[in-house]
Design a binder for this molecule. Structure first.
Ligand code: SF4
Length: 310
């Protein structure tokens, strides 16, 4: 997950109680929200801040250059994977250090889409949601911001990809089915829940992700599985068979990010140390990919796997 960072206004708001999140249900910002520019709330273990963003579509570039726009309704990420290099895009070093503990919610995202559509056409444009966060943050269950964004985009009929690791995406199958061109990509990283707990302790279980993407396939929506990055795998054969069982035919695999280039950050040191401890070497990665390649004819590697849907 790597792309430009949508510009957002700084958090200037006041602290509010957890109960206040109730008023965000279905996300109809009240005048108080608009007036304050940002409101911070505690949502479980996450510091969630409502902010006013300056823009919602970012012209895609770099790794995502084949796309027209990336769309990030949130910045920060409550899943907090220890290998995540999106943390690099946080401007404040303190926020980089606490990546995974906070999320900013672009409360005016829907208004920004409406404003954009008054000036430009979205029909047929490719939109990747999301590049530096997950659109199905833990707070999304209550906020329904991503759902509202999908409902707003649907009449415009862009070519949409939703990239997530949350089974919550199945909630929005009804909306996704109304897009002419939409794909859902589920990140699945390993067959081992122990490995997953070590690298991505706050993410939904990989088994639940597999069940969710099978449901997306069942609904007739274009579905892919992205093993990005591929973490240590216990049994490549069993893993391949679990992947095939979902009914998905499009797969992408990548190793840990090497961190080359001016604006690119590599995998975090904690994740690299864990991978060493688990003997997740380049040779072992290649061995596993070989097994996957034999079982998954649609397997692609790297950027070609992230081409926009036609
Ligand atoms: S879900 Fe994606 S954006 Fe969030 S921490 Fe994990 S890798 Fe980073």
């Amino acid at each position: 997950m790597k792309s430009n960072f949508c510009g957002v206004s700084p958090a200037l708001g006041y602290r509010a109680s957890v109960g206040q999140t109730e008023q965000f249900k279905h996300f109809h910002p009240t005048p108080e929200h608009v007036d304050t520019r940002s409101v911070a709330v505690r949502a479980g273990r996450i510091d969630a801040t409502l902010i006013e963003a300056r823009s919602i579509f970012t012209p895609a570039s770099g790794f995502m250059a084949d796309w027209d726009y990336t769309l990030n309704a949130y910045s920060g990420c409550g899943f907090g994977c220890n290998y995540c290099y999106a943390a690099f895009f946080a401007r404040d070093p303190q926020r980089r250090d606490t990546w995974g503990d906070w999320v900013d919610i672009k409360q005016n995202a829907v208004a920004l889409i409406h404003r954009f559509c008054r000036r430009k056409q979205l029909t047929g444009k490719s939109i990747y949601m999301s590049s530096v966060t997950d659109p199905y943050q833990p707070v999304e269950r209550r906020l329904e911001l991503t759902r509202e964004i999908l409902r707003t985009l649907q009449p415009e009929q862009p070519r949409l990809a939703v990239q997530t690791r949350s089974p919550l995406v199945t909630r929005d199958i009804d909306v996704l089915k109304r897009f002419d061109v939409a794909q859902v990509n589920m990140t699945v990283t390993t067959d081992s829940e122990t490995v997953s707990r070590a690298f991505e302790p706050h993410c939904p279980r990989n088994g639940k992700r597999l069940a969710a993407i099978a449901e997306i396939v069942e609904a007739g929506i274009d579905a892919g599985i992205t093993m990005t990055p591929l973490l240590p795998v216990d049994s490549p054969e069993r893993f391949a068979s679990d992947l095939v069982a979902t009914g998905v035919e499009r797969f992408v695999v990548q190793p840990f990010h090497p961190g080359k280039g001016r604006f690119v950050r590599g995998t975090g040191p904690a994740a690299v140390a864990l991978a060493d401890e688990m003997r997740w070497t380049e040779d072992r990665y290649l061995e596993v990919v070989q097994v996957l390649r034999a079982a998954l004819p649609g397997l692609q590697e790297g950027r070609t796997g992230f081409a926009p849907p036609e």
